[in-house]
Design a protein around this ligand. Sequence first.
Ligand SMILES: *Cc1c(COP(=O)(O)O)cnc(C)c1O
Length: 418
Amino acid sequence: MKVEFDAQEATTLLDASIAGSLPDERGRFGPFGGRYVPETLVPAFERLEAGIAEHLHSDDFQAAYRSELRGWVGRPTALTHAPRLSERWGAEVWLKREDLAHTGAHKINNAIGQALLAKRIGAKQIIAETGAGQHGVASAAACARVGLPCRVYMGAVDVERQAPNVDRMHRLGAEVVPVESGDKTLRAAIDEALREWVTDPADTYYLIGSAVGAHPYPYLVRELQSVIGQEARAQMLELAGGLPDAAFACVGGGSNAIGLFYPLLGDREIELIGVEAGGTGNGLGQNAATLATGTPGVLQGSYSIILQDEDGNVQETHSISAGLDYSGVGPEHALLQAVDRVTYVAAGDDEALAALEELCELEGILTALETAHAYAFAKEWAQKNPGKRILIGNSGRGDKDMPTLTKFPPRTNANASA
Ligand SMILES: *Cc1c(COP(=O)(O)O)cnc(C)c1O
């Protein structure tokens, strides 16, 4: 359900967003965002906010961050023209290759930035939570890089399901704590990480994995992930000879999407489209299409759009991709939807699988199942709007998805010789 503003209010908020003056001093993106946390956590959030104000945009911090992005993460990541996909879709398709970043996805941009910040503000250890394990791996790698101990909270069910990532985290020196409470998955892991943070807020830094949670996290993560859109914008001008007509990104919590979209908000002629997980259908529990089907509410410290029933109980979600399987979404996306700057749609499990297969076959890129949702909708859009120039945020690589993909043998093999 889309929140509606009157036209004047929407214009004012979008202008403020483009001008970079959101979130406001209360951490709000219009009505969304803010900080809804227990009293015991307020000092920890205030310390983080002060640390960000002091360091994030200082020359010294930025030099260190840019140097890690270049030398360790491998940035700038490539902008790849996709000629065979372009021909099939009747469009000019360009891919921003976050799959080429260290550890295989955009998550590392955020993890190394926050790890550097944690060091600056004097933290002695880092805690993080993870669902599928991708953010846990990025955090473990970043902590090893800056020399801070890392503890990752992970639901006991996920520890079972994601054994290879648990092993990766261990090898990267992190401690993995299986969480036996609640739903034993991501939400329980987040609750446990917050409980741990309360006991030692001075020495512990909580490294969040997406543009979600209480202020200042959605802001901090956006600032760190905006490198994606800054690079892509410059690369489009240089390599494609102009900006795209439309840009697409998949949306779980919304970090890769806000990273790509934020630097493009002011280019109002570019259509921006976020693609959520449509799962197996439209019913509650069958998908993770938060913005497409959810309602306003508070989840994990932030007022945004969430998947809840009529009594406000947060719903379980379903998606073939673990990284999109989340019942909330970052508050800045809720605003961008309400002011009509970004359109949010959903692509289902089957469409994502078909898109993944097509990209493999035509361009030799095994993309992540999360990312495949963006391709699925981009294709539909391209076929309705022929001849357009399209930019797709290729958020990560699909090697991690092989255990899932193995259950779905390729349906076609157009490259095989007859
Ligand atoms: C985690 C993940 C996502 C979803 O997270 P966002 O915060 O919405 O970006 C998308 N793609 C990949 C490859 C991921 O690992």
